[in-house]
Design a protein around this ligand. Structure first.
Ligand SMILES: [Zn+2]
Length: 407
């Protein structure tokens, strides 16, 4: 029996994330359970890859999918789904050990023909795809596992309609993870004025902001760099994904050519620069990558592709709301803002399609007043608190918006 067991455990980069308390979510869009008389297909679209295993159980026939640390979210595959052909009830829940389980009752014998998980390099999202085909009873019984054997090795939860359903674990306590991205570093010092380097200023500020956020206890915090290291712009996005970040905040304090207004600006991704400064800053940040030998020849195409993608239609309003909330938090703390505090440009570091991101120019080192603020610990503390306020405002609104979208 065991030799014929149809099981597959995926292991890869996703495994490393399970230790961080970051949970993959089932995404409603792209997830479906469809069935005809002879074929059943289950597609689970996931926010990130997960280890999973698939079993067929006999007496009665059932499909059991277990996945590590997965939030079923609004999967829409459950009780309200119309029953189709050989598919009976579907039960979803969580096991005491942190695994999530889906049990699909079948009214006929089926065998697993395909079981795979594909991960999109572009978005970091994954799709688990299972194909089942109707088979003769003898073949099914040869392939399927007995429930007693299965239950002796794992939890019996959800295997029957009356098996206790466990409350979802983890997700309620899961804190969103903010990825802080101190700009520049290593061979790229960023702007420099009077012996002060942007790379150092923003790293110090990121550490202070991390302290404020952790002290408040609402967010987990990651950093794309925590030393004077060069990290490519794509490397920063990859670091955010690897940590399972919910949003990315890139922190800068660039210098602008003389005569340009000052004050804090929050930048979002856009195909056209909102003004000359935005174009200048986006180009300048790319230049550091080019100097480090990173190939950015396809960058414009990549950004255009992100802006056209379906996923971006979800992410763009969330990023806009993030920028508005940050500006509201800063405004309430009397931080002096640029006359157009939310702007956009083709910033490579903001092109993650799967999480909202924003780039904050805390101030401009080219402005003596901004530079003095950036070096003033009292001002920096006020700025950090105001960003934390903005993030908390955004998080509350974002949760409410996501709940609305599910209904
Ligand atoms: Zn910068």
């Amino acid at each position: 029996m065991l030799a014929a067991m149809l099981a597959m455990v995926w292991s890869g980069p996703g495994l490393a994330q399970s230790g961080l308390g970051v949970q993959a979510r089932v995404l409603e869009e792209g997830s479906a359970l469809t069935a005809s008389r002879d074929a059943i297909t289950l597609r689970l679209a996931l926010s990130q890859p997960v280890p999973f295993r698939v079993r067929m159980l006999a007496n009665p026939p059932r499909l059991v999918v277990d996945a590590n640390t997965l939030d079923w979210g609004a999967a829409g595959l459950g009780a309200d789904r119309a029953r189709q052909g050989p598919v009976g009830a579907v039960r979803m829940g969580h096991l005491p050990d942190g695994w999530a389980r889906m049990v699909v009752d079948l009214t006929a014998p089926f065998a697993l023909r395909r079981s795979e998980q594909r991960v999109s390099e572009e978005t970091g999202r994954a799709v688990i795809h299972l194909d089942l085909q109707r088979v003769a009873l003898e073949e099914f019984e040869r392939l399927a596992q007995s429930e007693a054997e299965f239950a002796s090795r794992t939890s019996p939860a959800l295997l029957h309609p009356d098996a206790p359903a466990l409350p979802p674990t983890g997700n309620a306590e899961r804190k969103p993870l903010v990825m802080l991205d101190p700009g520049h570093g290593g061979i790229d010092p960023g702007a420099e004025r009077g012996g002060v380097r942007e790379a150092d200023l923003v790293l110090d500020f990121a550490r202070e902001l991390r302290e404020v956020l952790l002290r408040r206890g609402v967010f987990e915090v990651g950093m794309t760099r925590n030393a004077d290291d060069f990290v490519s712009l794509d490397g920063r996005i990859r670091a955010a994904r690897a940590a399972g970040a919910d949003l990315l905040l890139s922190l800068h304090a660039d210098a602008l050519p003389e005569g340009i207004a000052t004050g804090t600006v929050v930048y979002l991704l856009g195909d056209e620069a909102s003004d000359d400064s935005a174009a200048y800053l986006a180009e300048r940040h790319d230049r550091a990558d080019l100097l480090a030998g990173v190939d950015l020849s396809r960058n414009t195409d990549e950004i255009a592709r992100v802006l056209m993608s379906v996923a971006w239609q979800d992410t763009a309003p969330r990023a806009r709301a993030l920028a508005d909330a940050l500006v509201a938090g800063m405004g309430a703390a009397d931080i002096r803002l640029h006359r157009r505090p939310v702007q956009s440009g083709a910033f490579t570091v903001l092109r993650a399609v799967d999480m909202p991101s924003a780039l904050i120019e805390l101030g401009f080192m080219s402005s003596p007043r901004d530079l003095a603020n950036l070096q003033d610990s009292t001002w920096r503390q006020r700025m950090a608190e105001s960003i934390a306020d903005g993030l908390e405002i955004w998080h509350r609104e974002d949760l409410a918006q996501q709940a609305l979208r599910r209904h």
